[in-house]
Design a binder for this molecule. Structure first.
Ligand code: AGP
Length: 610
């Protein structure tokens, strides 16, 4: 998630921009830059790595001015280096743009602009916006009108801040997906990705909505909708402190990250699924059909929640590839003398990219000639430097120790990889288009589940004193049972076990009694009837049944004590939806028990030792 800030007012703009970017560091980044407009025109300074590198450069090259913009980049298109760092400019160097999100149609736009003579300097999608505005500035069009015209040509998700050195003092900000807020100051106005950088100057905040753009100068801020009609948007009075601002008002990072999952899933599939051509495309992973045909087996290596994602990946990839997929804990794989050679593909799944056991397993496989892919949430992390291909889960930094949005974006990555494999194996493009459509509507289905948080919170208050929980699932939902149990135990310290529902009669059924809450996932999969039978077994022993099921499932309502309904989707995507109620249940039980949700006892966010 990139960090954006733009300022117009009377203060020395460089300290405003740097201080603001520091408030946005928590969003994660790999490079940064600022642009200042002053008597010398537009001056830009950028640097790879941390903000301290940018500050060192600014100590050498003092920029003066009261109008400018700054950006911290979380790379999606183009390597994390100085050249790809924002801000980006047009051929004249006067149009300056910073961006968060993905311009999905940047390739055709770039080709069209290059044919018109535009010279591009970077690998980024963002640079296209600067040249598009330049193109629309021709024939004397004013800057704001050129921006309006350009916005109508963009597809994808973006938060943009744009200025023109020839018209200093005017900032145009546009939102279509990622957040963008505007602070109304006294004789100054400031735009940013979120509230954190604004609180030093004002508490009067305007939140832009999707499709809207704002025109700001020192004295005024005007908001317009996509039909260019001015919108009356009274500012909100934000009383958060700085830490609350980083949590955007959520009580804990974990809760914020649970609610960020619709955006994270969307940012993970955006720019990779193209329904028109029926193709999946990965920036950092290329296989030819022949190379894929030589892969005879796949090993997935991971730990904890990422290992649960790997178990679901097994279902998706075996269905797509029809070759054996093994899933192993890194700590086991590294010492079990795995059967690996050059026709083995090893997929390391790791949010942090720094988990010692996972990396060691990958290194062991690499030493034995395996090809490696990494699914990771951190650009340039150790595990990504080991492999030939990377699928980044664009979830943005995950601060809460209990993994949530990383998990659902890992499942998204596996789903995309399964479509990619089906594509390599020559599957019918219409079938792939249908599968892509089902993925594309998942974010709105996640939003619908998140709206049930209050119901789940009340559920948590009924059971927070329980000493033991059992989680049951079958097929693609068995890993969700494991994940739900892990979430609960790692943040509430309640003992919980995940089990295949069919396995209950081989032992765990002895645990069932009136004090044992049993959380089960019973959505419509080929084994739905079997799961219903297992639920009857629980009821017959006075177990307390909490069931996650499809909307409108009356049969489940008859046998369950508590029901959480989730929207229908195709079986391979059901785990992305079914996991969310278990995340919220764990969160609210832990909260009710007074536990430290974001930093549970004994746990680290990334286990970089054996
Ligand atoms: C999950 O909530 C835990 N924080 C933990 O199991 C984690 O998933 C595991 O340590 C793996 O971390 P990684 O994804 O960064 O490799």
């Amino acid at each position: 998630m990139c960090g954006i800030i733009g300022y117009v007012g009377t203060r020395d703009v460089v300290p405003v921009l740097i201080t603001g970017l520091k408030k946005l560091e928590y969003r994660g980044y790999d490079s940064a830059g600022i642009a200042v407009v002053n008597g010398n025109g537009v001056e830009v300074v950028r640097a790879e790595g941390k903000l301290s590198n940018l500050e060192s450069k600014l100590n050498e090259k003092q920029l003066q001015g009261t109008f400018g913009m700054g950006h911290t980049r979380w790379a999606t298109h183009g390597k994390p280096n100085e050249n790809n760092a924002h801000p980006h400019r047009d051929c004249t160097g006067q149009v300056v743009v910073i961006h968060n999100g993905i311009i999905e149609n940047f390739l055709p736009l770039k080709q069209r602009l290059q044919k018109s003579g535009h010279q591009f300097k970077t690998e980024t999608d963002t640079e296209v916006v600067a040249h598009l505005i330049e193109q629309n500035l021709k024939d004397g069009t004013k800057f704001v009108d050129a921006v309006k015209k350009s916005l109508k040509e963009l597809e994808g998700h973006y938060a943009l801040v744009m200025i023109d050195g020839t018209e200093p003092g005017t900032i145009v900000a546009a939102k279509h997906g990622p957040p963008l807020v505007i602070g109304l100051g006294d004789n100054e106005n400031i735009v940013a990705s979120d509230v954190a950088p604004l609180l030093a100057y004002t508490r009067n905040i305007i939140y832009l909505e999707d499709g809207e753009y704002a025109i700001a100068d020192q004295k005024s801020v005007r908001v317009f909708d996509e039909k260019d009609q001015q919108v009356n948007r009274p500012p909100k009075k934000i009383m958060w402190d700085a830490v609350m601002a980083e949590k955007e008002g959520y009580r804990h990072y974990m809760l914020k990250e649970i609610h960020e999952q619709p955006r994270g899933v969307r940012d993970t599939f955006n720019g990779r699924m193209f329904e028109e051509s029926g193709e999946v495309y990965f920036n950092d992973l290329q296989f030819t059909p022949e190379e894929w045909a030589n892969i005879k087996r796949v090993h997935v290596v991971a730990c904890g929640t990422s290992w649960h994602a790997g178990l679901i990946g097994k279902f998706l990839l075996e269905e797509a590839a029809r070759i054996p997929i093994e899933v192993d804990y890194g700590s086991e794989y590294r010492y079990r003398n795995p059967i690996v050679d050059e026709d083995t593909l090893v997929i390391g799944v790791t949010q942090s990219g720094e988990t010692a056991d996972t990396i060691a397993g990958m290194q062991e496989a690499k030493a034995r000639g395996a090809k490696l892919i990494t699914i990771c949430n951190v650009i340039g992390a150790a595990a990504t430097r080991l492999s030939e291909g990377v699928i980044y889960t664009n979830a943005g930094p995950e601060i809460g120790v209990a993994s949530t949005k990383a998990f659902t974006t890992q499942l998204t990555a596996f789903y995309l990889l399964s479509l990619y494999i089906r594509q390599l194996r020559g599957e019918n493009r219409d079938d792939l288009r249908f599968a892509m459509h089902e993925m594309r509507v998942i974010p709105e289905k996640l939003e619908a589940i998140l709206k049930k948080e209050k119901q789940i919170e009340e559920l948590a208050h009924k059971f927070y004193k329980s000493q033991d929980f059992l989680f049951l699932g079958r097929g693609v939902h068995y890993p969700i049972a494991l994940e739900g149990a892990l979430k609960l135990k790692e943040i509430s310290y309640i003992h919980a076990e995940g089990y295949p529902a069919g396995e209950m009669k081989h032992g765990p059924i002895a645990l069932i009694d009136e004090n044992m809450p049993v959380v089960a996932i019973a959505t419509h999969t080929p084994v739905y009837e079997k799961v219903v039978s297992n639920l009857q077994e629980v009821k017959a022993r006075d177990g307390i049944l909490i069931v996650i099921c499809d909307e409108g499932d009356e049969a489940i309502r008859k046998i369950a004590d508590e029901v959480v309904e989730i929207p229908w989707t195709v079986e391979p995507l059901q785990p992305i939806l079914a996991v969310v109620p278990t995340q919220l249940l764990a969160y609210h039980i832990a909260l009710r028990r007074g536990c430290d949700v974001d930093q549970p006892r004994n746990l680290a966010k990334s286990v970089t030792v054996e």
